[in-house]
Design a protein around this ligand. Structure first.
Ligand SMILES: Nc1nc2c(ncn2[C@@H]2O[C@H](COP(=O)(O)OP(=O)(O)OP(=O)(O)O)[C@@H](O)[C@H]2O)c(=O)[nH]1
Ligand SMILES: [Mg+2]
Length: 372
């Protein structure tokens, strides 16, 4: 059968995987040929001393779709994958480990999810229904689960730590990917541009040949990587929104205090103090704090810099003002009409109002003011 349709580039990062090449390359080639998928296999090898590249070159006589790129600079798993992305000539780029941990028969499914079903990213997932991990001790499963949970707010994918996934090249075009962390999929999901992510269940098998390259610094590296990803503009918006809102409260209080100290009679308005000024001071500090929140939310929480700021500002200010009015009215109702004045009732009522108003603010910002 003649291969047609979009071409698949399979990127395989390797370090000392000679023993696996003779299994991976023939099996992968035969499955892709039987499915008539045009392909290339790029083995991105960090100059392995065990002769991984030589083995690939030997195999490429029989399997001309496979080639080895020997890397001598900028070593590391992520850097190897990123170079693979640059080298790849296909219309769909798929990354997988060399050690046969990732089921080869799922490769065509990941390919089809993008080629035929309109996905932008297709992930071989251990945590979606039907997926799993073979032979892992309980402790390792718990660590893996915990690590995935830490990354959950960053992505819509249940297994963002998977090293087995396919993308359209447009997803990462121009994205500021860093080659530091070794969880490339996470990097792609946080920084890439995509609409649809599809998860295909896989059962992950432990390697039988060769040694693990990933040692104890992996956890430290992972936590550092997560920290950078959480700081990246546009990632985990609800968390950033809360952080910005908290800082806005400090700005609001700071300015209000400053105004009272400079122009009033000290921080707390004394009895008989002209309430007109209290109102004006509060309006000024509110406007400052809202502008502060606007700038941070635009640039950082929602990364909405591609849209003109003027319309965004008006909308954001409107949402904040409506939320302020809702808060004032609800607190008034709670205190003066429902009589929540005593010790825990007042605080509980206030907390509920604040939660509600925060949700209004968030949804108004996300779905209206900063809609892209
Ligand atoms: N090019 C390159 N590939 C690497 C490097 N480190 C690991 N790899 C490859 O990345 C893939 C995943 O590495 P593994 O050592 O299997 O990591 P793991 O799957 O988390 O751990 P085990 O399967 O338990 O050994 C394999 O194909 C490795 O050969 C590296 O520094 N450079
Ligand atoms: Mg492995």
């Amino acid at each position: 059968m003649v291969a047609d349709g979009p071409m698949l580039s399979v990127i395989v990062p390797t370090y000392n995987e000679r023993g696996n090449m003779g299994l991976l390359i023939p099996r992968l080639s035969s499955i892709l040929e039987s499915e008539s998928i045009p392909y290339e296999i790029l083995v991105m090898d960090d100059d392995s001393p065990d002769g991984t590249c030589e083995e690939v070159r030997r195999l490429s006589v029989q399997y001309p779709g496979a080639r080895c790129i020997r890397r001598t600079r900028d070593r590391g798993l992520s850097a190897a994958v990123m170079e693979g992305y640059r080298e790849a000539r296909g219309d769909i780029h798929l990354v997988m480990d060399a050690d046969l941990s990732h089921p080869i028969e799922v490769v065509p499914e990941l390919y089809r999810a993008i080629a035929h079903d309109g996905a932008d990213v297709a992930v071989g997932s251990r945590h979606t229904r039907g997926g799993g991990i073979e032979d892992w001790p309980f402790k390792r499963k718990v660590i893996s689960w915990g690590a995935s949970m830490l990354a959950r707010p960053l992505t819509p994918c249940s297994d963002p730590m998977s090293g087995f996934f396919a993308i359209r090249p447009s997803v990462i075009e121009g994205a500021p990917l860093r080659a530091k962390g070794y969880k490339i999929l996470l990097e792609v999901l946080v920084k890439g541009r995509y609409n649809r992510v599809v998860e295909v269940p896989i059962t992950f098998k432990d390697r039988e040949i060769g040694e693990s390259k990933l040692g104890s610094d992996v956890i430290v590296n992972y936590v550092q990587h997560l920290m950078w990803l959480y700081l990246h503009p546009g990632s985990a918006p609800p968390i950033k929104f809360l952080a910005v809102g908290g800082s806005g409260i400090l700005v609001d209080l700071g300015i209000l205090t400053g105004l009272f100290l400079l122009l009033g009679d000290g921080f707390i308005p004394l009895p008989g103090y002209d309430l007109k000024y209290v109102f004006i001071f509060q309006a000024i500090s509110f406007a400052y704090a809202t502008t502060w929140n606007f700038v941070w939310n635009r640039h950082w929480t929602f990364d909405a810099r591609s849209v003109r700021p003027s319309g965004q500002y008006v909308k954001f200010f409107t949402v904040a003002t409506i939320a302020l009015i809702v808060r004032t009215v609800l607190v008034h109702v709670a205190v003066n009409i429902m009589g929540f004045e005593g010790m825990p009732e007042y605080q509980i009522a206030l907390l509920m109002v604040i939660v509600l108003v925060t949700i209004i603010n968030y949804l108004g910002s996300r779905l209206w003011a900063f809609k892209k």
